[in-house]
Design a binder for this molecule. Structure first.
Ligand code: AMP
Ligand code: GLY
Length: 424
């Protein structure tokens, strides 16, 4: 079978890498892919836009790529699955209606509230005046969220009322375009965050190993929010008793709520949770795609052919699959970024040291890179995800850093404290 992966980040490199290891998969096309997928055995890059659904369909038909795995949320929210379904493909990723769970925070909140799924208390606003009144009444800290997709920049955790009021003003004056013309304003929760990436065929839902990422740019978990500067799995913060509760109190009720809306959801349901000081898991957000870099630590631990798991979702046979087997190891990923990220940064610097990093036993997933001639050069904010496995987190993390230290490019930045929560 040939597969086609849509996207060009670290997540998509990890997906293509794992698929390429399956005996059943003869080739993986990446649209458009990156420097890492260009160099992965059995993989090749195809220059095409990720929302060019007609182009993707034609390419997949001509090249007999029958398994289509959609990496990022944008094409899902734009309806790639609706556009390709019924045409003989196995498509992993929800329809546009299902993708609303990520593309509209108000819709997701309404779904959770109507099904009693534990989440922060919230209200939805379509005009600045009532949003301002609400914030004045409730005080700070409080969280202001743009309803729509805003490239991870639509959330303001406001420590003061003034901060919340400026976030409201910015959103309604068009800072996030249409995505910010509706706001969800919600209760501020404290506790550690954990990512539960689950896969579903629309009838059965199975959680993958729970992971944690480091969201901010600075060591000690301070500074601006990023897509994620590192991750590790399986996190001890979600032992099996708590994971079982997440399954029965969050994942299954959410799937049932989607079913009640006649949504046939086959793909990833990613629950971003906070574990409150009382030990209660509450939903911070849902996403309709794998978390990145979380998937870069989850897939190396998966001990079965990835295509089998994805096909069980697209073919609605997930209930028949035995429990998902996992390697008995810890995984850690350190993200190497371009200096300046998440603000402005330069591109085009040559990256060296991959061979030494591989000799250290690390898998180097590429995010913002491209192949130029024979060189891999930087081409994005998050450049590489350097992942290692070990018997313990200590070993996995130390090994990942050895590999990081072997890799060089101009202006490179990474945090030195990835995994500090599990090293204490
Ligand atoms: P989201 O895009 O909804 O995941 O929000 C981005 C980040 O903002 C989350 O990863 C949290 O760190 C933070 N956040 C979102 N909602 C809340 C909340 N209700 N309480 C505290 N922090 C939050
Ligand atoms: N690492 C967080 C996310 O993928 O949304």
């Amino acid at each position: 079978m040939r597969a086609l992966v849509v996207g060009n980040g670290g997540r998509e490199h990890a997906i293509a890498w794992k698929l390429s290891q399956s005996d059943q998969i003869t080739h993986v096309y990446c649209i458009p892919g990156n420097g890492g997928t260009a160099r992965t055995p059995k993989c090749s890059n195809i220059a095409m836009g990720i929302t060019d659904f007609e182009g993707i369909e034609r390419f997949a038909l001509v090249n007999n790529a029958s398994l289509i795995v959609v990496g990022p949320e944008a094409p899902l929210a734009a309806g790639i699955t609706d556009s390709l379904q019924g045409k003989g493909f196995e498509i992993f990723g929800p329809t546009q209606a299902g993708a609303q769970i990520e593309s509209s925070k108000a819709w997701a909140k309404q779904l959770m509230e109507s099904s009693g799924i534990p989440t922060a208390k919230a209200a939805v606003f379509e005009d600045a005046e009532s949003a301002v009144d609400y914030v004045r009444t409730h005080g700070a800290p409080i969280v202001v969220k743009a309803d729509g997709l805003a490239s991870g920049k639509g959330v303001t955790v406001a420590q003061t009322v003034d901060e919340a009021l400026s976030a409201i003003k910015a959103a309604f004056s068009g800072r996030f375009g249409d995505a910010g013309q509706r706001l969800v304003i919600e209760e501020y929760l404290t506790g550690q965050e954990v990512s539960v990436l689950a896969v579903t065929d629309g009838q059965t839902i199975r959680a993958l190993l729970p992971a944690q990422d480091h969201k901010t740019i600075g060591e000690g978990d301070v500074g601006a929010n990023t897509g994620g500067m590192g991750a590790y799995a399986p996190t001890p913060i979600l032992p099996s008793t708590l994971l079982n509760r997440v399954q029965t109190e969050i994942l299954e009720p959410t799937l049932h709520a989607l079913q009640r809306q006649s949504i046939d959801y086959r793909g990833v349901l990613y629950a971003g949770l906070i574990i409150t000081p009382e030990g209660e898991p509450k939903v911070i957000e849902f996403n309709c795609r794998f978390g990145d870099p979380e998937i870069q630590v989850v897939l190396p631990l998966l001990d079965m052919p990835f295509d089998q798991l994805l096909l069980a979702c697209t073919q609605q046979t997930l209930a028949e699959l035995p429990p998902i087997p996992w390697k008995d190891a810890a995984a850690a990923c350190v993200v190497m970024a371009s200096g300046g990220y998440p603000g402005a940064y330069q591109r085009g610097f040559k990256i060296s040291g991959f061979e030494v990093a591989n000799e250290q036993g690390a898998v180097v997933f590429h995010a913002g890179t491209k192949l130029t001639g024979d060189d891999i050069v930087t081409d994005g904010g998050r450049v590489l995800g350097v992942t290692s496995l070990g018997d313990t987190f200590e070993v996995a993390i130390a090994q990942a850093y050895k590999a990081v230290d072997a890799i060089q490019f101009e202006n490179s930045y990474h945090r030195r404290d990835i995994g500090h929560r599990v090293l204490k």
